[in-house]
Ligand binder design. Structure first.
Ligand code: GDP
Length: 416
């Protein structure tokens, strides 16, 4: 029997973007995610408190800033590639390009302002590309923050089907955590993030149990509308188990039938942990997204498919070119299929020119990691590409494909 040489479990990868109206808290949320995953990764890696402190001090001095077009972090045995999605309407073409390379997205809203016009624009673009989404109602600590009003706006303005998975616990300055309706427990931010502690898991306070039960029933009902298995249980009057709920939420989210809604505050390190859990639990992996299509060099009519598999022919898309102060020109690639190896020759099929792959980097918040190879599902930065610009395909010279067909619908830009 042939040995399976595959090295990466694609099911553990999430390529996601964070989209938001300006000021909703995209930067803060992203930085918290990178900071927090950095700490926990270090703890998992070295089991040494001193190293954690080093990392913290270093980061406090420098501050974590996201300068990379895609940053890799790790959460609960998963690799999350955060792809920077420009939020401004002026960058609409760039937003579209980025939506093309991500598998799922988190929309961040300001708990006071709710759904704002720019979020509507990006939301509609994501609709067109069929990008499964989750919502994070941020700034729940602010005076005037109202979770349920935001949920209503998600229905009215975005025409989405929200699936409320959490309720806020306390409000404004007394906002202390969330009620997790899937597991029926309270998550509060009382622990010490410096020690890598999780949020604390507690019983739902008695004053909230009725509301929690009612909202869990609503969650069950809304999910029944979207998922046959849950509908069956619903009709039989049976309660789903937590596992059944989670599986159904994942299925319905990936099918873009529902949009899970969470709430919190990016002001707390631990505020992003339940969000990270939900990214891992509900947003799709490259395997869920499946194969990509493109066309042959000869004809746009000749449609070709590439599987998310490291053993398949190489097919990648350049989605961003950046100038790194130390490395010079870096081309960010999303690898859809096959394996990209440093030093090899690939074909820029869009231009029909050969290119040589220089050094390959995986970009993290605090370091870049040089790697020899990168496999399907990953997002990397590559040095040495001379002729490739954004939107172009790099592929196996012997099995060429052009990935980005130009027949996307023309962007509809609504500026409110
Ligand atoms: P972006 O434009 O979406 O990237 O938003 P930023 O992350 O830069 O945040 C905009 C402003 O809101 C900044 O002043 C942040 O400090 C603040 N902010 C972000 N998250 C929160 C939050 O959870 N609570 C409160 N009160 N303010 C927040």
């Amino acid at each position: 029997m042939a040995t399976d040489l595959r090295t990466v479990d694609l099911a553990t990868i999430r390529n996601i973007g964070i989209m938001a109206h300006i000021d909703a808290g995209k930067t803060t949320t992203t930085e918290r995610i990178l900071f927090y995953t950095g700490i926990t990764y270090k703890i998992g890696e070295v089991h040494d408190g001193a190293a954690v402190m080093d990392w913290m001090e270093q980061e406090q001095e420098r501050g974590i800033t996201i300068t990379s077009a895609a940053t890799t972090c790790h959460w609960k045995d998963h690799t999350i590639n955060l792809i920077d999605t420009p939020g401004h309407v002026d960058f609409t073409v760039e937003v579209e390009r980025n939506l093309r390379v991500l598998d799922g997205a988190v929309a961040v809203f300001d708990g006071v302002a709710g759904v704002e016009p720019q979020s509507e624009t990006v939301w509609r673009q994501a609709d067109r590309y069929g990008v499964p989404r989750m919502c994070f109602v941020n700034k729940m600590d602010r005076v005037g923050a109202e979770f349920h009003r935001c949920v209503e706006m998600i229905v009215d303005r975005l025409n989405a089907t929200p699936l409320v998975l959490q309720l806020p616990l306390g409000s404004e300055a007394d906002f202390i955590g969330v009620i997790d309706l899937v597991n029926m427990r309270a998550l509060t931010w009382r622990g010490e993030p410096e020690k890598g502690e999780d949020y604390t898991i507690e019983d739902i306070p008695a004053t909230h149990t009725e509301a929690a039960r009612e909202w869990r029933d609503r969650l069950f009902e809304a999910l029944a509308e979207a998922d046959d298995e849950i509908m069956e249980l619903y009709l039989e009057g049976q309660e789903p188990t937590t596992e059944q709920l989670q599986t159904a939420i994942r299925r319905a989210t990936i099918a873009s039938k529902v949009t899970p809604v969470l709430c919190g505050t990016a002001f707390k390190n631990k505020g992003v942990q339940p969000l990270l859990d939900a990214v891992v639990d509900y947003l799709p992996s490259p395997l869920d997204v499946g194969s990509v299509t493109g066309h042959s060099l000869k004809s746009e009519e000749e449609i070709l498919e590439r599987d998310p598999d490291e053993e398949a022919p190489l097919a990648t898309l350049a989605f961003k070119i950046m100038s790194d102060p130390h490395l010079g020109k870096l081309t960010y690639l999303r690898i859809y299929s096959g394996t990209l190896t440093s030093g090899t020759q690939v074909l820029n099929s869009t231009k029909d020119r050969k290119e040589r792959i220089g050094k390959i980097y995986r970009m993290h918040a605090n370091k870049r990691e040089e790697i020899e190879k990168a496999t399907a599902g990953s997002i990397v930065a590559v040095m040495g590409l001379k002729q490739t610009t954004t939107g172009e395909t790099l592929c196996d010279p012997n099995q060429p494909i052009i990935l980005e067909s130009m027949n996307f619908p023309a962007p509809v830009i609504s500026v409110a």
